[in-house]
Design a protein. Structure first.
Length: 455
């Protein structure tokens, strides 16, 4: 297996530079959330001090945090353009005012083209002060483990070890990515009214899923929407990524055997079955014919309007749906369930901790960047985020507003129907384009899985 190598000639391409913007407000019913349940079984402890000594210690910490003064410095942040949401901007605005700094954003497109620009900039030495990207494991394996600062600070007290020790935050025992945002769950979004109109219950097994698709097709509804146009092919990875968890559930130790080279991806039977099933859905007409020209935005519209019944996606889609839905009723009509496995007992949803901020060692303002990254992920800063956003926070001590997809996900977490996955050492950058080619008829399901072993 090999790392992706990118030509530094791509550095000539320009990103989009803007200053941090301001956010709006939101309403809803406030519900207390405990994010640790999403990733590990840990006891939940109160953060309130129970002694004068503890209270004084807390006051000292607050005073120390308030003492961070950036002196009006400008910090450059490199990120994907779509990550600049209103709720994220609210956090940057909060920290900018609190710490006397300014943020300048250089934005790149989504998908492989944006990633290649990031790789090229890092390889050429044109590094940002803060890289807001794909987390510890991906940053270390795709760019270089030794290129990022190991992080620490009082902010870590706002997070459980299950978050901080996850592959998105820690690599080879070093905390290099500060988590920003939600615990993410992968699964199937669905239109509740379409299901009810066609008397379809949430499928618990793959056979039930296929039966539901046949019913929907007969009713003239696209059973499952797929968005495979250029720079949207990343959306094709949701089902295969989730399938890794099911592979591990059915054959415990599968990921360890891959990491140790005892097995190849082509030995993973459930993974192969997953690609066979995706191809079968296309061949049976359960996926729209125009998927190669349809986008992530088109999928959201189809899901909300009911022209499509289902769309495989992760919980980050909810933030997009809130902007597109014409009413709260339309938004709350969208639900979420685990992608069904062969047997109901294995129909659990894959869960990831957040991506977030890494600090390149070659940045011009490393010490300040480390301090400010810590400020961006405190519970106080993330409170600003969740005033405008529904989701399952990775940070402790924040109240959230749960309806629609977040409410369904919270119920899955409570029911023990979500799980994380053991760390996989190797990345599979060919996955998205190979699945796209498979659904288009240019590759076989076996070709796709074999591609994992050559990445």
């Amino acid at each position: 297996m090999k790392k992706k190598m990118i030509s530094i000639l791509l550095c000539a391409a320009l990103g989009i530079t803007t200053l941090a913007g301001c956010g709006g407000a939101s309403g809803g019913t406030t519900v207390a959330s405990e994010p640790a349940a999403a990733v590990a079984e840990e006891s939940k402890e109160s953060a309130a001090p129970e002694s004068t000594e503890a209270a004084e210690s807390q006051e000292s910490t607050v005073a120390a945090e308030a003492a961070v003064d950036g002196g009006g410095e400008i910090l450059n942040v490199l990120c994907h353009s779509s990550w600049r949401t209103d709720e994220a901007n609210a956090v940057f605005d909060y920290v900018a005012e609190k710490c006397n700094v300014k943020f300048e954003f250089e934005e790149v497109p989504e998908g492989s083209s944006g990633n290649e620009l990031i790789f090229a900039k890092m390889q050429s030495g044109e590094v940002p002060d803060i890289l807001w990207w794909q987390g510890a494991k991906t940053s270390a394996t795709e760019i270089g483990e030794d290129l990022f600062v190991e992080l620490s600070g009082d902010w870590v007290n706002d997070y459980n070890a299950s978050i901080l020790e996850s592959p998105n935050q820690t690599y080879n025992g070093k905390l290099i990515c500060a988590p920003f945002g939600d615990v993410t769950v992968f699964g199937m979004c669905y239109n509740k009214k379409v299901f009810a109109d066609n008397q379809i219950e949430i499928p618990q097994t793959w056979d039930e899923m296929m039966a539901a698709c046949e019913t929907l097709k007969a009713a003239g509804v696209t059973p499952m929407y797929v968005s495979g146009t250029t720079d949207n092919e990343w959306t094709l990875q949701i089902i295969p990524i989730d399938a890794r968890l099911k592979q591990e559930s059915i054959v415990p130790g599968s990921m360890d055997s891959l990491n140790s080279h005892e097995k190849l991806w082509t030995d993973m039977e459930y993974m192969q079955l997953t690609f066979d099933r995706m191809k079968e859905m296309k061949d049976k007409g359960y996926i729209q014919d125009t998927f190669l020209s349809d986008s992530y935005a088109d999928a959201q519209e189809a899901l909300l309007t009911g022209t499509a019944a289902m769309y495989s996606q992760a919980t980050w889609i909810y933030a997009e749906l809130t902007k597109l839905a014409e009413s709260q009723e339309e938004l709350e009509n969208i639900g979420f369930f685990p992608i069904p496995a062969t047997e109901a007992k294995d129909s659990i949803a894959y869960t990831e901790t957040p991506t977030g901020f890494v600090v390149p060692k070659e940045g011009k303002k490393v010490d300040l960047a480390v301090q400010i990254v810590g400020e961006l992920v405190t519970k106080e800063a993330m409170t600003e985020y969740y005033k405008m956003h529904q989701g399952i926070p990775a940070v402790n001590g924040v109240d959230v507003k749960l309806t629609s997809i977040p409410a369904d996900v919270s119920a899955l977490i409570e029911a023990g129907k979500t799980s994380t996955l053991p760390n996989t050492i190797y990345s599979t950058p060919s996955m998205a384009s190979d699945v796209q080619a498979m659904l288009a008829g240019d590759k076989t399901p076996k070709d796709v899985l074999a591609g994992y072993d050559t990445d």
